[in-house]
Design a protein around this ligand. Sequence first.
Ligand code: GCO
Ligand code: MG
Length: 404
Amino acid sequence: SPLLITAARVIVTCPGRNFVTLKIETDQGVYGIGDATLNGREMAVVAYLNDHVCPLLIGRDARRIEDTWQLLYRGSYWRRGPVTMRAIAAVDVALWDIKGKALGAPLHELLGGRSRDRVMVYGHANGADIEETVDAVGRYIDLGYQAIRAQTGVPGLTNAYGVGRGEMHYEPADASLPTETVWDTRRYLTHVPKLFQRLRDTYGPEPRLLHDGHHRMTPQEAARLGKSLEPYDLFWLEDATPAENQEAFRLVRQHTTTPLAVGEVFNTIWDCKDLIQEQLIDYIRTTIVGAGGLTHLRRIADFAAVWGVRTGCHGATDLSPVTLGAAVHFDAWVPNFGIQEYMRHTEATDAVFPHDYRFGAGFLIPGDRPGHGVDIDEALAARYPYDPRQLPIARLTDGTLWNW
Ligand code: GCO
Ligand code: MG
């Protein structure tokens, strides 16, 4: 018998940072939730869902996930893009949640069952200078992490990328109008190898070390950084150069064996198909909320598997516990799993989104609750009204606007 959608509601809450959540209800009392958060541009997705998507859902059979995905993707005519694909992701994840609950199965069972018991995660260590970052990495090692992303301030630059306040809860969207930061790639390129030299000297060869270039280098500069980091055996160098032009990675690839990861800003398989099939990257960073939900991310992952590319889902704090919960199930299943980014949410966020995934010794472990295992406490959510925040911007030392 069908499971008819009776309501679809958007919930905006700010327990420390803004989250947009879609709740879909059915005639049989089963409901599901999906994340639609787009950091710094939240209300665009709220309007897209409320005005254009929710009305389409009422009366549909919640079991028909694929058909609903195609309806929202093809049916809009205007395809792709971060707003559209996040709205689709929210619907998709809510429907997978409903299917799991209706069948009494956790998400990883629906996907094909677990390929592993637990998923390796990496956290962010950052500091204003090299010594601070070295200490921060040590604290992650003490917590059991086996993989750590390291970012450091660069002498002469204020607010270099990745250097936040606070230890475990880095959140760059910090003001209602964008904070201005200053960037100088030349200084960065000479400084970063010193950080990784110090990290290997201090902690030896064992920890997996990662670094994020955050789209700031040209292909030639990225190639140079990749080469200069080779002695330190990075797990990956992320977003070494912008990927709007996928071919840009050919130059980087030809010059360095440092593994490359890209894709947190991608929305569909079309954004990464050349990178994958030409084996220009090692890890694909697309995530559930960013790339149209489980239905589409699974398609990307299967395509990537053909070319030996592994997954490395984005998991910064702007991805809500709903996305993280679904990601842990996806990661437990996906055969070509690489790693999962995991930045801890604040206690207030965790209270608004009760969940059954848990962290232990550097890994996240999926729960056994039906669906993705994450809920929303709506009464608590209502106590945290929307608080407009934007991501920072970056300018070169002469004032030129650059990639943040
Ligand atoms: C990462 C990312 C994030 C982004 C953030 C923007 O690798 O975790 O680069 O920190 O900057 O998700 O909202
Ligand atoms: Mg990144």
